[in-house]
Ligand binder design. Structure first.
Ligand SMILES: CC(C)(COP(=O)(O)OP(=O)(O)OC[C@H]1O[C@@H](n2cnc3c(N)ncnc32)[C@H](O)[C@@H]1OP(=O)(O)O)[C@@H](O)C(=O)NCCC(=O)NCCS
Length: 148
């Protein structure tokens, strides 16, 4: 079994959409179709700060990482926000999630990012066991004001 992590490409649309549907279901969220469409378009658009990486196992896409690059006031170098990380159920527990994270760490080092960060639900013990391998959790909490 070989797993390869690479940029998301046009030909990944069906696989990406299947994973995205699984990810939305995991969060019990309904994302409007036009938002999904716009996200997919921006992942492919090199001028967008959104980009994607996928994990391909034996030629099949089984996981993704969707990210947003942004600037920061406390840093001179670009910052990467990992917004979505998902591995399909059948492929879990075999190291794909770890590879997707390690890929971003490697990419960030090669590209000179200041840091990579992400959020998760406090109770997502499975994901947090993996995340604890990469970084210590800090004590910031998140506030969000909905504007639309
Ligand atoms: C979180 C997620 C991406 C991990 O992907 P994965 O490919 O299963 O992870 P890996 O196989 O690389 O596992 C790495 C570590 O995670 C932990 N882990 C993975 N699956 C686990 C499970 N079922 N139970 C407990 N720990 C688990 C273990 O510490 C594991 O290390 P080990 O294999 O040395 O024991 C995947 O479970 C997933 O997509 N979950 C649903 C969506 C989600 O929670 N996304 C993250 C939201 S922020």
């Amino acid at each position: 079994m070989t797993v390869r992590v690479r940029d998301t490409q046009t030909g990944d649309e069906a696989a990406w959409r299947r994973l995205w549907a699984g990810y939305c279901e995991f969060y019990r969220s309904i994302v409007p179709a036009e938002v999904t469409d716009a996200t997919w378009r921006r992942i492919l658009d090199p001028s967008s700060p959104i980009f994607g990486r996928v994990a391909e196992r034996d030629g099949l896409v089984v996981g993704f990482a969707n990210c947003v690059m942004h600037e920061g006031t406390w840093a001179r170098h670009p910052i990467c926000y990992l917004e979505d990380l998902f591995v399909e159920k059948e492929a879990r527990g075999s190291g794909v999630g770890r590879l997707l994270l390690q890929d971003l760490v490697d990419l960030g080092k090669a590209r000179g990012w200041e840091y990579l960060y992400w959020h998760t639900q406090a109770g997502n013990a499975t994901a947090r066991r993996l995340y604890d391998e990469f970084a210590a959790v800090d004590d910031f909490v998140k506030y969000r004001v909905r504007l639309r």
